[in-house]
Design a protein around this ligand. Structure first.
Ligand code: ZN
Ligand code: ZN
Length: 945
């Protein structure tokens, strides 16, 4: 029996590549099993995970945020379970593991990779208790590394995985409990929650603190003195030896003392070493990539892709020294036949005795370096730029230092000391292969000690000290690293979260009002959450887990205690926290002065679904502007301001969709209501302007104001005001009908490309069709012109008619129960009641003739038409029994007679057979036969011969 060797990698792409490398000359068969890619050769099966295929969550029962039993604090001690997130992959791994004789875990080589490996191991143990499991560790996906790793496999490092598990658990309980507490305190839900995190909150605090420093900064004036001289026709600037004068008088005195001749007192020449840069660790790489315009997250994404595809080594590393085992010459050979040929030749010819190295040494991975040859064509622009940066950095670390010739010239002018400096690149060294930092040369003409020169100009400049700069993403990552916040793998993700949660914005980063409010409130009530100390402690505990000095349980328990202490501080101040955050964040929703009363108007969100702009002076001031539902985008304020209304612009933002700019909400409001106002017959441009100036923007506003107030407000006669009021009411009624019509069309017309319901409705309005009864009566041609097919138009008409009739009959007073019977009998048009004999309607609907007659009377009255003939139950019953005695007459024939108003055999005798035949569709012969038969029976029963 052949053995089966299962290899599990971190991602599908690494599975594919590793399979190819291990197979050597053998062919790899790739296929899909259960929707997951699998690579097979001889007795080996390789499957890629998708990073974590399980995630941690609380045991069931904790999902309700407002549960009285499970408060935010209770999450600290809630049980944690693992839930599969990639079910298909989990199923396949378990299916294969059942049959496996050997499993090799080949996930990335770091804490996260070890944890992913442990998760896979647990899945395997669920189905196969005895299979041998080993671990392959590598720092680059290249044939040599991979073959070496698989021939030197070791055990899974459970301590390393436990450190990862501890971090997962701690992050979950910190994030969930505090996020829930703060969000509930500030009454925020849905898309608006306020997230708090172990690493995230101290990082945000750094950005907030920097902003406060900038705000508190008081610029100081200082003065700088310089002069211009000339040597061999070349202008040379020299600066006063006092680089900054804090005192204006002293600076001016020095300037007035500065007088010719300018004497050269000393010329000092020297050389300066310009060190070649150290190898890239993750942070160094992110900083260098930022200079090329890549955000931290983007740089890491591209680097991971290059790693997976074998072009560079693992990009998550803290190491800045190449390990002795790394074959530097081999790497040079690998990239020799590429665009870097000349650079490689240079390095080979000038290679420094040992490569540069930075301060950080670790043993997990080597610094980032190229592992495969590539070209711009293969990689595309962005990937190439990142690859080139890594390759050139590698070359720079093997290149000699650069050397500069420096010169410093000291001058004397009337007793005042001045200096000029110059620099010239003697040996470019590493700068030959690494062009990313500019070498600024500044050559000076040759000066001779004692020579005297002219002074062409003396300049006194006044300047101001500058506040500290805001953090760029890469600077922040450096700072986080210094403070021990996060890891090389997570720092850029934390910053990404701060941006996506709208806590920070812009480049460089500045805090938003919300970011600031949350930070300040946390600082006031639970300072530790925003300080790096707690998280540094956890990092050191994780190190202890890795070194097997502490257990995971122990570390998690300590973290729980820390968190409980934070809640001890927070919980008594929930009310204050609410007020602080709500007060501070109100501003970000405040748009500016209310046009009606001058108080602020503000964006309001209701239960995460609807939103509008309302006045803060509500209920005294009822001014408001409607906004589209939240599903179309969440309304936020922008920095732009309307020059006419002094209101901030409003924008609807939705993830993954281009934002929808509403602009000035009042301009928008006026524009959208203009068209309907213009439907009022006496509306004119000047009147529209006047109405707006009195904050009447819509017909609704006019109706709400009422004729009396209108007259006073606009200083017009009561009559004129009443006229406007009635017109506005008419338009409002028309708008209601139209909106009803629009809803109907939207509901019944299947949307099609180029035929939006609103477009169809607009065409209908133009043809004078404003409501359902118009539509019911409409010419099919008009409907077709509006974009409907013939069948569709007919069906739409029929539906409209039914609804319009039903509405009319309800209005007239027909009860719903009866209405339903009329509809079922298809006798639901008001006209039917007047045209069809009540006997026929009663016969078809089963309603009593009295009821039908009463309804018919209501209809006639409403339509101003004469009421139809009446009939009663007794009358009908008598006639019916007479009819049913006649052979050949059944319910069907009866119905036809009723429709023609023939309700008794007597009526039959009185009618003209020919015209009755035509009206009922019964043949004249039959009618005559029924009559004869009836007469015979009647005569017989009365005894006449
Ligand atoms: Zn107001
Ligand atoms: Zn405006």
């Amino acid at each position: 029996m052949s053995i089966m060797h299962l290899i599990i990698t971190e991602k599908n792409i690494s599975a594919q590549r590793i399979a190819g490398m291990l197979a050597g000359k053998e062919k790899v068969a790739s296929s899909k099993e259960g929707g997951v890619a699998v690579y097979r050769f001889s007795d080996v099966v390789v499957v890629g995970l998708r990073g974590h295929v399980v995630e941690v969550d609380f045991e069931p029962g904790y999902s309700n945020w407002r549960s009285a039993e499970h408060t935010p604090r209770s999450l600290i001690d809630a049980g944690i379970i693992k839930v599969p997130t990639e079910k298909k992959i989990v199923q396949l791994v378990q299916k294969l593991a059942r049959k496996a004789d050997l499993v090799t875990i080949a996930t990335d080589f770091d804490t996260e990779g070890e944890l992913i490996g442990k998760e896979a191991l647990e899945l395997i143990r669920e189905v196969n208790k005895t299979v041998r499991v080993d671990r392959a560790r590598f720092s680059a996906i290249t044939p040599d590394e991979i073959r070496h790793a698989f021939s030197h496999t070791t055990e899974l490092d459970l301590a390393l995985a436990a450190a990862g598990e501890a971090r997962q658990a701690v992050d979950l309980m910190w994030g969930a409990s505090l996020t829930r507490f703060i969000s509930l305190a500030a009454r925020r839900g849905g898309a608006n929650i306020l997230s708090v995190g172990r690493v995230q909150s101290p990082t945000l605090a750094m950005i907030v603190d920097r902003e406060k420093e900038i705000e508190a900064f008081v610029p100081m004036k200082y003065w700088q003195l310089s002069l211009l001289t000339r040597k061999n026709g070349e202008g040379v600037e020299a600066r006063h030896n006092t680089a900054r004068f804090d005192d204006q008088k002293a600076a001016e005195a020095a300037r007035s003392r500065t007088c010719p001749p300018l004497t050269v007192t000393e010329v000092r020449e020297g050389t300066k070493i310009d060190r070649a840069p150290p190898p890239f660790d993750t942070t160094g790489f992110i900083v260098a990539a930022a200079r090329l315009g890549f955000s931290a997250a983007n740089a890491m994404r591209i680097a991971e892709d290059l790693y997976m595809n074998g072009f560079i080594s693992y990009p998550r590393t803290d190491n800045t020294a190449y390990p002795k085992t790394l074959d530097l010459g081999g790497i040079l050979a690998t990239i020799r036949n590429t665009e870097f040929a000349k650079a490689v030749e240079y390095v080979i010819a000038h290679r420094r005795p040992s490569p540069t190295q930075g301060k950080k040494l670790s043993t997990d991975h080597p610094p980032i370096h190229p592992t495969g040859a590539a070209s711009r064509e293969i990689l595309g622009d962005d990937r190439w730029k990142v690859y080139e940066l890594v390759a050139r950095r590698f070359l720079a670390t093997l290149s000699p230092d650069a050397r500069w010739a420096t010169v410093k010239v000291n001058f004397d002018a009337g007793g005042e000391p001045y200096t000029a400096t110059g620099g010239r690149l003697l040996e470019p060294g590493w700068r030959t292969v690494y062009p990313y930092t500019e070498a600024k040369e500044h050559a000076l003409p040759a000066f001779i000690e004692g020579e005297k020169l002219p002074i062409e100009k003396v300049t006194l400049e006044v300047k101001e000290t500058q506040p500290p700069p805001r953090y760029t993403q890469s600077r922040l990552i450096q700072q986080m690293e210094e403070l021990g916040l996060g890891t090389k793998s997570t720092r850029h993700e934390v910053i990404g979260k701060l941006v996506s949660r709208k806590y920070v914005e812009g480049t460089p980063l500045r805090p938003t009002l919300v970011g600031r409010a949350v930070t300040e409130s946390l600082e006031r009530h639970a300072l530790d959450i925003t300080r790096p100390g707690m998280t540094q402690t956890l990092e050191s505990h994780m190190q202890q887990i890795k070194e097997r000095k502490r257990s995971r349980e122990d570390v998690v328990r300590e973290s729980k205690q820390m968190l409980h202490r934070a809640f001890d501080e927070l919980e008594p101040h929930e009310e204050e926290i609410r007020n602080e955050i709500m007060e501070q964040t109100a501003e970000e929703l405040t748009l500016g002065p209310c046009p009606a009363c001058g108080a602020d108007i503000r964006i309001r969100h209701l239960r995460g679904q609807s939103q509008f702009i309302g006045c803060t002076n509500y209920p005294e001031c009822g001014f408001n502007i409607g906004l589209p539902m939240v599903m179309w985008g969440f309304a936020v304020r922008t920095d732009e301001c309307c020059p006419v209304h002094q209101l901030h612009h409003v924008r609807l933002v939705k993830k993954g969709v281009r934002p929808w700019d509403i602009g000035c909400p009042l301009c928008h409001h006026i524009a959208t209501n203009r068209e309907t106002l213009m439907l009022m017959p006496s509306m004119t441009e000047p009147l529209h302007k006047i109405l707006n100036s009195f904050h009447l923007y819509s017909v609704f506003d006019i109706v709400k104001t009422g004729p009396d107030s209108l007259a006073k407000m606009l200083s017009i006669s009561g009559e004129a005001a009443a006229g406007l009021f009635v017109e506005a009411e008419d338009v409002l009624a028309l708008l209601r009908k139209r909106s009803d019509c629009r809803k109907f069309v939207r509901k019944h017309l299947i949307p099609r490309r180029g035929r939006s319901p609103s477009k169809v409705v607009k065409k209908l309005h133009e043809s004078g069709i404003d409501d359902l009864s118009d539509l019911a009566k409409a010419d099919l041609k008009i409907l077709q012109e509006a974009g409907m097919g013939e069948g569709e138009a007919g069906e739409l008409k029929r539906q409209a008619k039914m609804i319009a009739n039903a509405r009319l009959l309800r209005e007239i007073g027909i009860p719903a129960v009866s209405l339903k019977k009329y509809q079922e009998a298809e006798m639901d048009s008001p006209d039917d009641f007047l045209a069809i004999h009540p006997a026929a309607i009663s016969h078809r609907t089963g309603l009593s003739p009295e009821t039908v007659c009463r309804h018919a009377e209501l209809v006639a009255k409403a339509l101003g038409r004469p009421a139809p003939e009446k009939c009663t139950k007794t009358q009908l019953a008598k006639g019916k029994s007479g009819f049913l005695e006649i052979p050949g007459i059944g319910e069907e024939i009866l119905g036809r007679f009723y429709r023609a108003g023939i309700v008794s055999p007597e009526d039959l005798l009185a009618a003209d057979p020919a015209s009755l035949g035509a009206r009922t569709g019964i043949s004249v012969e039959k009618i005559i036969a029924y009559r004869k038969s009836y007469i015979a029976r009647r005569d017989h029963s009365t005894g006449r011969e």
